[in-house]
Design a protein around this ligand. Structure first.
Ligand SMILES: [Zn+2]
Length: 326
């Protein structure tokens, strides 16, 4: 075959020589590949510009969640939808936070789980530092809501993790989760949610570093809160705008891409008002599919940034193209 291709025995001798040399190179390469695998995850931050604002998606890690039990639909249906996306339950689920540098303020949206949700989460501070910032530099923290995987990172080893930051959230949220009587009345399985919020947020309240807001409010130039209740009573999205470009951070408006884009009516056990959560998702997705706004979601695969397109009766997720700041 080689002779046929090259037409002379001299050429085939040359090819054999090259092949022999190649085998030698391969042999020496495989010997060098015996280094032990590093195993530690790569630092997980991802950076884009929105107008003149720098946005850094920061991973807090991932957590395996039994989505076929948590989603409020037939277990088989969830398993099938996950399999269709080459996924399975328990689903490795991202916990994403977002750092917004407006040029005059450094604002962190959500803080991950800290130590409230097991060892695979709580990586925000390490990734923040890897991205070039220090916790002391954060001026303000805005919470989408007060579930443990969003507030836990406010504290590190019993101390305030962001010593110079003002903490803000919708008043509905703090009045609900910081209430001792609500915690007393909660079902035993739900008390942990209250304990997590109280342990994480109260140190900021006690030191005068918590300032609630009421509904849609401009919190900083170019950063607006938008009340999007359903997942929790004060669940809030944040609209970031600079030079005509927009990013909407939607928190927990969605948890499972493989299911809830196709079927936005499917809710999750963590939704405090199932009906309202489904209606809110449908309304916001319809609006962003029309407007083409860039979206950031706390539990879509890191960095959780992309666009939502219309797709029949449902929607589809279009993750951002890879980009680097130049
Ligand atoms: Zn969450």
């Amino acid at each position: 075959m080689i002779r046929k291709l090259f037409g002379s025995s001299r050429a085939s001798g040359l090819v054999a020589g090259i092949a022999f040399a190649a085998i030698n190179v391969l042999a020496s390469l495989s010997a060098q590949a015996a280094a032990p695998m590093a195993h530690n995850p790569a630092p997980a931050f991802y950076r884009i510009m929105v107008g003149e604002f720098e946005i850094t998606a920061l991973s807090d890690g991932t957590v395996d969640l039994p989505m076929n039990k948590l989603l409020n639909q037939n277990q088989k249906k969830t398993d099938q939808a996950l399999a269709h996306a080459f996924e399975q339950s328990p689903l490795e689920t991202s916990v994403n936070t977002y750092l917004v540098n407006t040029g005059s303020k450094l604002i962190l949206i959500d803080t991950g789980a800290g130590n409230l949700f097991g060892p695979t989460l709580g990586k925000l501070i390490a990734n923040l530092k890897a991205s070039g910032y220090q916790p002391e530099q954060v001026d303000e923290i805005y919470l989408t809501h007060m579930h443990p995987d969003h507030v836990g990172g406010l504290m590190t080893n019993g101390a305030i993790a962001f010593p110079n930051a003002l903490l803000r959230a919708d008043r509905h949220e703090s009045e609900f989760w910081l209430s001792q009587s609500n915690m007393d009345q909660a079902a035993p399985d739900n008390k942990g949610f209250f304990q997590g919020a109280i342990a994480s947020v109260n140190p900021y309240v006690k030191t005068g570093k918590y300032s609630p807001f009421d509904g849609n409010t401009e919190l900083a130039p170019g950063v607006i809160s938008i009340l999007s209740q359903g997942h929790t009573v004060g669940h809030t999205s944040y609209l970031i705008q600079s030079k005509g470009q927009k990013l909407l951070l939607i928190g927990d408006l969605i948890h499972v891409a493989a299911v809830q884009f196709d079927t936005p009516s499917v809710t999750i056990a963590f939704d405090s008002d199932q009906k309202q959560a489904a209606a809110e998702r449908l309304q916001v997705f319809s609006s962003i599919a029309k407007d083409g706004i860039l979206v950031g979601a706390a539990h879509l695969p890191f960095p959780g940034l992309g666009h939502v397109g219309a797709n029949g009766k449902g929607f589809r997720w279009i993750p951002v193209n890879y980009t680097q700041i130049r």
